[in-house]
Design a protein around this ligand. Structure first.
Ligand code: KIV
Length: 260
């Protein structure tokens, strides 16, 4: 068990204490992120793009996720470790349970994250029933990029915004413990954050969420290819290296100066 628990994260939401979540894919970065004070380490399937060099997260397999989760979990002392269920590894509740078992038992994750709204409610219910901490993920869903036709802001139209809010409530009702909101308008993200009792962590979703998450390579300015506009480089121009950059980002999240 980690020192940072779901109870602690809920208390942080209740007290308005911003939560810092950062991706990590190996022991070295997990160690640095913990030293910087992050609450949650996410073994994101973004490793498909930033580590493996693919164009999308679709080629990432459960075996890849188990391997990288084990690297991170070995270094984590304090932070809660969440691992992404990769593309099509949770298409049914049974598959979700089997995949989560591998990430938690072989990988050492404390919980899992999965993308989607209504279609994953049954999987979330089943995971929650068996004691698996679940982080839901709404808004831009990178695993669906081939269907979406690109990476763009979601929830700009009123009906889409309504659907996202309904799905967020349905996921909470189903037993999700956390929600990541990716690339949605700031006003909608704030509205959903207020409507839910579980902590909401934003990425490209403005400053009104309960916490922030970034891909660690983005904030270090070492993204292969184009860095998202919502992820400033916290390393370049400073002399205190990677540890300094990670500390600067965590401090900025805590002080709500990130996102600007
Ligand atoms: O895979 C990932 O790193 C993620 C974050 C961007 C939230 O899902």
């Amino acid at each position: 068990m980690s020192t940072v628990t779901l109870t602690r994260l809920k208390a942080m939401k209740a007290h308005g204490e911003p939560i810092a979540m950062l991706t990590a894919y190996d022991a070295g970065f997990a160690y640095c992120a913990e030293q910087a004070g992050v609450d949650l380490l996410l073994v994101g399937d973004s490793l498909g793009t930033v580590v493996q060099g693919h164009a999308t997260t679709v080629p990432v397999t459960l075996d890849h996720m188990v391997y990288h989760t084990a690297l991170v979990a070995r270094a984590a002392q304090r932070a809660m470790v969440l691992a992404d269920l990769p593309f099509l590894s949770y298409a049914t509740p049974e598959q979700a349970v089997a995949s989560a078992a591998r990430l938690m038992q072989e990988g050492g994750a404390h919980g899992v994250k999965l993308e989607g709204g209504r279609d994953v409610v049954a999987a979330v219910e089943r995971l929650a029933a068996f004691g698996v901490p679940v982080c839901a993920h709404l808004g831009l869903l990178p695993q669906s990029v081939n269907k979406l036709g690109g990476y763009r802001v979601q929830g700009r139209e009123a009906d889409e915004a309504r659907r996202l809010k309904e799905e967020a409530l349905a996921l909470e009702q189903a037993g999700a413990d956390l929600l990541v909101l990716e690339c949605v308008p700031a006003a909608l993200a704030s509205e959903i954050t207020v409507a839910l009792t579980i902590p909401v962590i934003g990425i490209g979703a403005g400053g009104g969420c309960d916490g922030q998450v970034l891909v660690v390579y983005d904030l270090l300015g070492i993204t292969p290819g184009k860095r998202p506009s919502f992820a400033p480089d916290f390393l370049t121009g400073h002399s205190d290296g990677i540890n300094g950059a990670l500390r600067r980002w965590v401090d900025a999240v805590r002080q709500r100066t990130f996102p600007a």
